[in-house]
Design a protein around this ligand. Structure first.
Ligand code: SF4
Length: 232
């Protein structure tokens, strides 16, 4: 099964390429984790395409499963294989011997226990980024760069730890209601905040640009550069 993320609206939503049955995929991921290994979708080497670290070479470790099932999700987070922390760390080193950044993504990485993997990667000199929906209590893995993409409309309540500690917030914006939530959020937590037009939709891009111009102290624009560059 390919895990390439291609945005193709299907009757508007959901997107092709998304997990067919998110609840079942997450149950499978949690069951697989009981083996002691971590349930993985993929590990790949690319450039970070979004947010503050845009353009920086990064090894992405995509974990299976998510505690939410957003209608706009474009990620297939079904388990593809398992890996121990040692196996994952060795694969990262083999894929990109000189790269020092690793990004945990998903799905939702905080539903797994990544303490041992985080410790091992830190011991090997890596910096760790994690992309999370911010709904679960902060796991205390010493992540160096936490990126939160809040999903309140999709039922995700933001854990307050992130409001004080996240390196950046990234709000996916489709319409005025999304923008209003981003405005509320940014005014509340005061952290670095990106507006990211959903699926590079032209109207959403225009809405985000106007919002960044109207609120220059609050917002920056984040484009999914990897998608229009057609890289991973
Ligand atoms: S939180 Fe992220 S990975 Fe999970 S369903 Fe929503 S968009 Fe997909």
């Amino acid at each position: 099964m390919s895990s390439t993320l291609v945005l193709q609206p299907h009757n508007g939503r959901p997107y092709l390429g998304a997990t067919p049955d998110p609840a079942a995929a997450t149950r499978d991921a949690m069951a697989a984790a009981k083996s002691g290994a971590l349930p993985l979708v993929e590990i790949f080497y690319s450039l970070q395409g979004e947010g503050l670290r845009t353009g920086q070479a990064t090894v992405f470790v995509r974990f299976a499963g998510c505690n939410l099932a957003c209608e706009f999700c474009d990620t297939d987070f079904r388990v593809q294989r398992l890996g121990t922390p040692e196996e994952i760390a060795d694969e990262i080193a083999s894929l990109a011997p000189d790269c020092r950044w690793v990004c945990f993504t998903g799905g939702e990485p905080t539903i797994q226990d990544l303490q041992a993997l985080s410790d091992l990667l830190h011991a090997r000199g890596y910096h760790l980024q994690m992309e999370t929906n911010g709904t679960r209590p902060q796991p205390g893995w010493g992540i160096d760069h936490v990126t939160v993409s809040p999903k309140q409309p999709q039922g995700g309540r933001l854990d307050s730890w992130y409001e004080a500690n996240a390196a950046e917030f990234k709000y996916v914006v489709d319409d005025d209601a999304d923008l209003a939530r981003a405005l509320d959020g940014a005014r509340g937590h005061g952290r670095m905040t990106f507006l990211q037009p959903n699926a590079l939709n032209k109207d959403a891009v225009a809405l985000c640009i106007e919002a960044v111009k109207a609120h220059p102290a609050l917002f920056r624009l984040s484009l999914q550069t990897h998608k229009f560059l057609d890289i991973r």
